[in-house]
Design a binder for this molecule. Sequence first.
Ligand code: NCD
Length: 302
Amino acid sequence: MEHLLGIKELSVNRVKDFLDRADYYTKALQSGKWDKEKLKNKVVLTLFFENSTRTVTSFNFAGLRLGAEMINWNAEVSSLSKNESFNDTIDTLGAMKPDAVVIRHKEYGAPIKVAERLDCPVINAGDSWREHPTQALLDALTIMQEKGSLEGLNVAICGDISHSRVANSNAYLLSKMGANIRFVAPSFFKPEEMPVEGIPFYDTMEEGIKDCDVVMTLRIQKERMQQSKIPDDNAYFKDYGLTYERLKYAKPDAIVMHPGPMNRGVEIAGDVADDPKYSRMTAQVANGIPTRMAVLDLLLSK
Ligand code: NCD
């Protein structure tokens, strides 16, 4: 049985398997031709202990497009509010024998603990600032659609790196696949430990995005910060917001990405985010579906 708990532990070949299948489902969704009963009679349980728009919805689309039944468990109306422990809740849900569990949780490593308790594939939909593997896969798919391959590309990940599971999973995936990744942020957002050794760190946008093929921006994840450490939005935008002016330092055909939810006028200027010449944010959202179809297919149809 295989789980998808992070990108770090995946082999290059397994990453390629997921990306190849995601590419297959991208084309299948366009042509309308794929096995719509691939996961018939499978029941997938989503457990979102943290809010989500894109991730939970695209997992649902993905499962339904493959004929699975989706059950969305809701933390707010569950017995957690009656003081049931997390482990007891997981064991209770596990006793119902789901065919797969998709989990998002604010605690570091929560999906790993859940995988130890359940006897079905567990897919991490984001835990704390640790990993968000399906986001990294859909980001890679988006970059490959644009640039053909990941090999040798310069990718800048900008903003609140230290609280970002998206930055971590992307760092693992992109460096495994031969891209040159760098982090760009004020020093207070520099991670204590780099996910991958030797990632260059820049503290100005101009230097950091110079000659980049891809500029990825991240939200300031205030919910993971002490109130006193939250920077002022306007001052932050002035120094680190992605504007047209700053984008000139990247390659002329650079693309701009953001995992969402974005805060306009904080980490990115609204006009850059809306400009189809640069922004691939809509493509990222759309690619969430074939990517998650690929993951559900490869983990569940064994
Ligand atoms: C991200 C997340 O939840 O990790 N969003 C997403 O899944 N697309 C990023 C964020 O919350 O800023």
